[in-house]
Design a protein around this ligand. Sequence first.
Ligand code: PLP
Length: 402
Amino acid sequence: MSTSRIAERVRRIKPSPSTSAADRANELRRQGKSIVNLVVGEPDFDTPAHIRKAAAQAMDKGATRYTLMAGTLELRQAIVAKLQRENGLTYAPNEIIATSGAKSAIYSAFSITLEPGDEVIIPAPYWVSYPDMVLASDGKPVTVACPEENGFKLTAAQLEAAITPRTRWLLINSPSNPTGASYTLDEYRALAKVLARHPQVLVMTDDIYEHIRFDGQLTPHLLQAAPELRDRTLAINGVSKTYAMTGWRIGYVAGPRDLIQALDTLLSQSTGNCCSISQAAAAAALNGEQTFVSESVAIYKQRRDATLAQINAIPGLSCRTPDGAFYLYINCSGLIGKTTPEGKRLNEDGDVVMYLLEYVGVAVVAGTAYGLSPYFRLSIATSLDVLNEGCTRIARAVAALH
Ligand code: PLP
C-alpha cells in the first residue's frame, strides 16, 4: 500500500490553472490592489428570465426529486430537437444522457473507455482540464502542437502521425478554448479520411462554445462532414456558455447506445442524476425563444473587435482573430527577453503574466496552461469598460519594458 493517503491517479493531476489565477487575482484584490480580472471563463450575463421562471415553476410543481439517471424525458426530448434543428443530427432520447455539466461528461467518457496507458490525442492549445481528466482516468494524454500558422488547428497529417495502436480518442473542441479557432467542414472531412483508416479511434467533440461565434453562421459539426463516424463519436455539449447557466450544471452527451449505457451505469453509481430543477431550466432554455443567444453574441463580438484592435496596436503583442468563444489567445513572443522596470528578465509567458499582474494589476492566464507558448489568454466575458481599462494597463506595462 502507498504511504500517501491520496491515490496516485489524483496525485498525477493539478488544480485548474485558470482557477488558481482567479484565486490569486482575488487575493490581491482583498489586499486592496486594483485588479482587472480577465481570467474568468463564464458569461457575465444573468440567466435569462424565462429560464429562471421555468426553474421556479418546476420547484412549485414538485420537480424536486430524483429523475431518471439519463435525465427527464422532457430534457432529453429538448436535446433531441436541438440537435436536429441546429446541427441536423438525428438522435433518439435513449442515445442521450444529461450530466452535471459538460465537464463531468468529458471526465466520465474517459472513465468508461480508457484502460491504463490508452492514449488520447489532444490538439494544443487545449482547454486546461483535458490532459488532467485523461491522467485521472489512467490514460495517456498525447498533445499535438497546432501552431498559429495553421490557425491553431490539427491537420490531417498531424493526426495520422499521432495515431498509434493505443489511441482510444481524438478530442476536438470547436470553437476552441483558448483560441476561438473553429474547424470548417472541409477540415473535418480531411480528419475523417484519416480516421477511416483507424477504426479503433473514438472521437469526442466538445461543442460547448458552438453558439458563441462571430460570423453569424452555425458552427459546423464533425458529424455533418462525416456521418459515417456517428457510431464512434460522442458529441458533448451543455447550456453553461450559451445561456449563461454555468452555475446550473447541465451538460449532455449524444452518442451510440453502448457508450451512453456505460455512462448511465457509471453515473448511476457515482453522481446520480443531475439536478432536477436545473434539468427543467435547461429544457426551457433549449425549447424557448433564442434571442438571448444572438443578443449576447453581438455583445461578445463588439468586445472582441474592440479588444483585438487595442491588443494588436501594442508593440510586441499580436492576436489572431478568434472565430468564436470568448477569449483572445495573445502571442507575446515579442516580449520574451525584455526586462521589467525592476530589472527582471521575461523568459517565458508565465513571467509576462506575473509581470502584468504585479505591475499593472491585470490578471490573465499563461499559455503554458494551454500547452502552447508563448501566449496568454484574455477573457472578453466582461464589460467593455473593464476590457478597455485592461488594455490600457497592458499597454502601459509593455511600454515600461526595455
Ligand atoms: N469545455 C470547455 C472547452 C470549457 O471551456 C468548459 C468550461 O470552461 C467546459 C467544457 C465545461 O462546461 P460545463 O460548465 O458545462 O461543465
